[in-house]
Design a protein around this ligand. Structure first.
Ligand code: BDP
Length: 715
């Protein structure tokens, strides 16, 4: 009888724990360690947390450590006394003598927000220069335990390479999310500041655990309402929740706010009344949010107001805000994603043309935020030519974590390789070795303001990101913002361990999916350097035929330039010469259509359908095979996922399976519609060993998804 009762309780517990595995806990699962030997060894080695620093952020570190360790070790880890006995985890700040000791142990000086973790005489030490460093060290230690790693000889040092590690939420005040595929905005503006969703704390934990220290709460297509007193109060309520986790709040500033909210006749940055308005507004914000980070601004782009309306430059616009923020230590992050009123011959050249002449004209507290590529977050782009081209201006990287152009919420596509490819590209700005990572970490040009922003993929979805693997992109972003030289493989392994446990079999499948999926996605969507050939407006699915929009540089035909001779955008000297915006070392790699890496071929060259490529195939055949490889690749990954059945909880297993089912169909949809369309120009047959197209071009053209999520409101 007794045995049956115990069994019943066990079954209930097991069922409950499987049901509870819905992705909500992200990588912070902190489950009881199942391996008894390992758990006991940890339990012997760890008994108390002893923290000498008493402030809110250090208290968070202690709370996280005691909470997380108690759950994982199955015993209460309480607070210890200073310098007490074996089993302590000691958290403290460096002093001169500590620094000397650390240097004898071979550690480099600890930087702001950095930390050292070492084990010594049955104790563990987490040492930092500030309490944020202690917090990050605490999360690092929890990750070690969660991954069941050895703690006997800990010898870890981490200093962040970038100061600002920031999420950009494209969240509107009505809770819709522009290019958001994970439900509505987590910010419930209507009920703030009184109703404080517990999810805000979980959000803060998740971000702090991967080193993110700033967040812009609102859409870059900004609403001036955010500057109204009641909305400032709402933002302040969020700032209060995020502060103990070391996260600063930024807001997006609509450039015309002085007119729309302030009732002024103009928003001209040189107008004294406008300056005054910004000064007063900034004062009001700092009163409510004393550690406010500053403004993120999209101006003169896609209909957004900006200084050019008054004949002023981006520098004039940024500086008026920067002057208002400077006395409080705030920054302006001014985006380089600009659109002129006139349609350019080559959209890819625009930001460079507008910003290079302004180098040196921005105030010290302005950063220019540059998207990774010159067009717009395509599945693959060469790097933005502005990296390395503004030596006197701090440049912040902007990646898109939400997958507007990479299958949105339904495709499982790991983004870390994309990020890494960009960061490790050599700009040649100061000779060989001038990596993009060195531009943004300030080492190339001696910049002291540094940062990376990621357009958030978070929403009200129970698992935060809708597609479960989207969590890995959020995670990877945090890791690469901390260390832009990090390797994706390490990030994949860590995320897999933390998210699905330490089984090697699970790890090998999950990391393989994260590693391969990006390349496959590029192949089935935009092989060989094709870009911007998605459906109009919502950007969901293929639309290489899109030709009729209010601006030519929003259409697909503008970018692929397919004709009966060939396909691709000639950006060499014989075309728009966008090549000249790159330093010669890089431009030379792109110049020749016979030696260029095939992944950028059609980005830079218009190539004849029957041109023989270095693979030995004609362009047309190569295109067909590339498309097919992408489709086959995704099918392979989906099969590998199936091999995990029974090895991870059913709920998350099924979530991912269902998304793979959509992706398999859609990969084929991308391939078939692309080939059906391009075939009307090439007039060539699809190689016999490849599957035929299921339908004719008209069929694909008639597929439409007017209600697909993430579409932006009219602007
Ligand atoms: C494009 C998006 C659009 C954004 C814009 C931006 O389609 O929704 O507003 O970028 O970055 O990728 O401002």
């Amino acid at each position: 009888m007794k045995f049956r009762k115990v069994l019943f309780v066990l079954v209930c517990l097991l069922t409950y724990s499987l049901q509870a595995e819905d992705g909500y806990r992200l990588w912070l699962r902190h489950d009881l360690i199942q391996n008894k030997a390992i758990r006991n060894a940890y339990a012997l080695a760890i008994s108390k947390v002893n923290c000498q620093v008493k402030d809110t952020i250090a208290s968070t570190a202690v709370k996280e450590l005691t909470g997380g360790l108690s759950k994982m070790l199955g015993k209460t880890i309480g607070l210890g006394k200073v310098n007490s006995i074996a089993g302590n985890i000691n958290l403290y700040l460096t002093t001169e003598s500590v620094a000397n000791l650390l240097s004898k142990k071979g550690f480099k000086p600890i930087q702001n927000e950095g930390y050292v973790i070492f084990s010594d005489k049955n104790q563990i030490h987490i040492v930092a220069k500030d309490s944020k460093g202690l917090l990050y060290g605490a999360y690092h230690f929890l990750r070690i335990i969660q991954q069941e790693k050895d703690i006997k000889k800990l010898n870890i040092q981490e200093n962040p390479h970038l100061q600002l590690r920031m999420l950009n939420h494209w969240d509107n005040l009505d809770r819709t999310v522009e290019r958001g595929y994970a439900g509505f905005s987590i910010w419930n503006w209507h009920e703030l500041p009184d109703f404080l969703d517990p999810r805000y704390v979980e959000y803060a934990r998740a971000n702090a655990s991967i080193g993110i220290n700033a967040t812009a709460l609102t859409n870059v297509n900004a609403n001036q309402l955010i500057f109204r007193a009641d909305y400032i109060e709402k933002a302040a309520a969020l700032a209060n929740i995020l502060r103990p986790y070391g996260i600063k709040v930024y807001l997006t500033a609509r450039f015309s706010s002085p007119k729309e909210l302030g009732g002024l006749p103009t928003a001209d940055p040189n107008d004294p009344a406008v300056k005054k308005w910004w000064e007063e507004k900034v004062k009001e914000i700092y009163k409510a949010i004393p550690d406010f980070g500053g403004f993120l601004v999209k101006a003169n782009s896609e209909g957004q107001p900006g200084p050019q309306e008054y004949g002023r430059t981006h520098a004039d616009g940024a500086n008026v805000l920067a002057d208002a923020l400077a006395p409080f230590g705030g920054n302006v992050i001014w985006r380089a994603f600009v659109y002129s009123n006139e349609e350019p011959v080559d959209r890819a050249k625009q930001a460079y043309n507008e910003f290079v002449p302004l180098d040196g004209q921005f105030r010290k507290n302005v950063m220019v935020q540059v998207k990774n590529g010159p067009v717009d977050f395509q599945p693959r782009e060469p790097i933005h030519p502005l990296f390395g081209a503004l030596p006197k201006t701090p440049i912040m990287m902007e990646f898109q974590i939400t997958k507007e152009y990479l299958g949105q919420g339904t495709h499982t596509v790991g983004l870390s390789n994309l990020f890494e490819e960009v960061l490790k590209t050599d700009t040649y700005a100061k000779g060989k070795g001038s990596l993009v990572a060195k531009v943004i970490d300030g080492t190339l040009d001696g910049q002291t303001l540094t940062g990376m922003a990621g357009v958030s993929n978070i929403g009200t979805a129970r698992n935060w990101t809708g597609n479960l693997f989207g969590q890995a992109d959020w995670y990877a972003f945090g890791k690469l913002a901390w260390n832009p030289y990090a390797n994706s493989d390490d990030i994949f392994e860590e995320w897999s361990n933390l998210t699905f446990g330490t089984s090697k079999k699970v790890q090998s499948v999950v990391t393989n999916i994260l590693d391969k999926s990006h390349e496959y996605c590029v192949q089935y969507m935009t092989p060989l350097g094709l870009h911007h050939i998605m459906a109009a407006n919502h950007h969901y699915g293929p639309g290489p035929w899109v030709s009729n929009m209010s601006r030519a540089d929003w259409t697909s035909v503008y970018y692929h330039k397919a004709d009966e001779k060939g396909v691709g955008f000639d950006r060499t000297e014989s075309g728009t010469n966008a090549l000249e915006q790159y330093y010669p070392g890089l431009a030379n790699q792109y110049r020749n259509k016979d030696s260029i890496d095939l992944k950028f071929l059609l980005w830079f060259h218009h190539v004849a359908w029957d041109h023989k490529l270095k693979t030995g195939k004609t362009l047309w055949d190569e295109l067909c095979y590339q498309y097919q490889e992408g489709v086959d690749g995704i099918n392979k990954l989906a099969d590998q996922w199936q091999s995990l059945k029974g090895q991870i909880d059913e709920e998350r297993f099924n979530q991912v399976t269902m998304h793979f089912n959509i992706q398999k169909k859609e990969a084929k949809w991308w391939r078939d519609s692309g080939l059906a369309y391009f075939q009307t120009f090439s007039k060539m047959e699809i190689p016999k060993d490849l599957p035929k197209l299921d339908h004719d071009l008209n069929y694909y053209k008639n597929i439409n998804h007017p209600m697909s999520p993430g579409i932006r409101p009219r602007w």
